[in-house]
Design a protein around this ligand. Structure first.
Ligand code: MN
Ligand code: MN
Length: 316
């Protein structure tokens, strides 16, 4: 038996009751005693079209009651292997985007003063910028696996330098990324110029448009991607709109022709063995989620991230 913090089991208290933390974790463990912190970032002041991702953390936590602790596909035992707890939400400023970014930055710097891997529940994709700033302050420039319908490398949006479509442009400018170890997967649809995606390629990113993923397993692709991004610390940023709106309609800027849930799982499971120093799951906006499938899927993807963190054992 382990004394690690454990999700509350459905045989101890029915799964429709109990705490509102991710997977009904205790939510009380000191940061000094943790390996992994699940953090909510309720923020959507960086969205350009449909807001609502401020309710993402609450929605993901709510549907995480459906998840059990052991992974039947990979035999991963994350809660036996690592000390994982839900450390609550960042106190964002509902009235001020830039102050919120500073608050997120300072929250993550405090977190990373402790030896924890942050797994973040967004929030819109703007949050990746302050998180990456804090992570690279500790680990140096990181490799990146970025799953998204969009490249999020705009120079500005409506004159704003910080928004949910700009975090990876700023990250490059600020030296947060090891550009030879970056992959963007699932990007697609329409842009404001035909060469919109070329800026990513010019930085040395491996850009995988959704069409390259259609109708096939992504296991071979991920062998190439993990080879490219490995060899140093890696951050995984998963925008739920990388998935097709058939599976994830509850998001602000959906695009047709996206990844399947199985492909999303293949991407995350292939990260096993990488030196992951942080992960996020962003852009879940429950208000557009007519059936609840988006929050349910997102909660499971966050669980799958926990299953591939360094130190997680796979039971024989
Ligand atoms: Mn995004
Ligand atoms: Mn997106």
């Amino acid at each position: 038996m382990t004394d690690n913090p454990q999700p509350l089991g459905g045989n101890e208290l029915p799964r429709f009751g109990g705490p509102g933390t991710f997977m009904r974790l205790p939510g009380t463990t000191s940061l000094d005693d943790l390996d992994v912190a699940v953090v909510g970032v309720p923020f959507d002041l960086g969205t350009s079209l449909r807001p609502g991702a401020r309710f993402g953390p609450r929605g993901i936590r709510n549907d995480s009651i459906l998840i059990r602790p052991y992974n039947m596909a990979t035999r991963a035992a994350p809660f036996d292997s690592l000390r994982i707890d839900d450390t609550g939400d960042v106190a964002t400023n509902a009235f001020d985007k830039n102050d919120s970014i500073d608050r997120i930055d300072s929250h993550y710097r405090d977190l990373l003063d402790h030896d924890v891997i942050p797994v973040s529940l967004g929030g819109d994709h703007t949050i990746a910028l302050p998180i990456l700033r804090s992570i690279t302050a500790k680990h140096g420039p990181v490799g990146l696996i970025h799953v998204d319908a969009h490249t999020d490398i705009n120079d500005e949006m409506f004159g704003e330098k910080i928004a949910h479509g700009t975090p990876f442009r700023r990250a490059v400018e600020e030296g947060l990324l090891d550009c030879d170890r970056v992959a963007q997967i699932g990007v697609r649809a329409t842009g404001y110029a035909a060469d919109d995606f070329d800026w990513s390629r010019d930085q040395g990113f491996r850009l995988v448009q959704a069409e390259e993923c259609w109708h096939q397993s992504l296991i071979p692709l991920m062998e190439e991607i993990t080879e490219k991004v490995g060899g140093g610390p890696v951050y995984l940023s998963f925008d739920i709109d990388g998935l097709d709106p058939a599976y994830a309609p509850g998001t602000g800027t959906p695009e047709i022709g996206g990844l399947t849930v199985a492909q999303g799982l293949e991407i995350i499971r292939a990260c096993h063995g990488l030196d992951l120093v942080g992960c996020d799951l962003v852009e879940v906006a429950p208000v557009y989620d007519q059936t609840g499938v988006t929050t349910f899927t997102a909660a499971n993807l966050v669980y799958e991230m926990l299953c591939v963190l360094p130190g997680v054992e796979r039971r024989a």
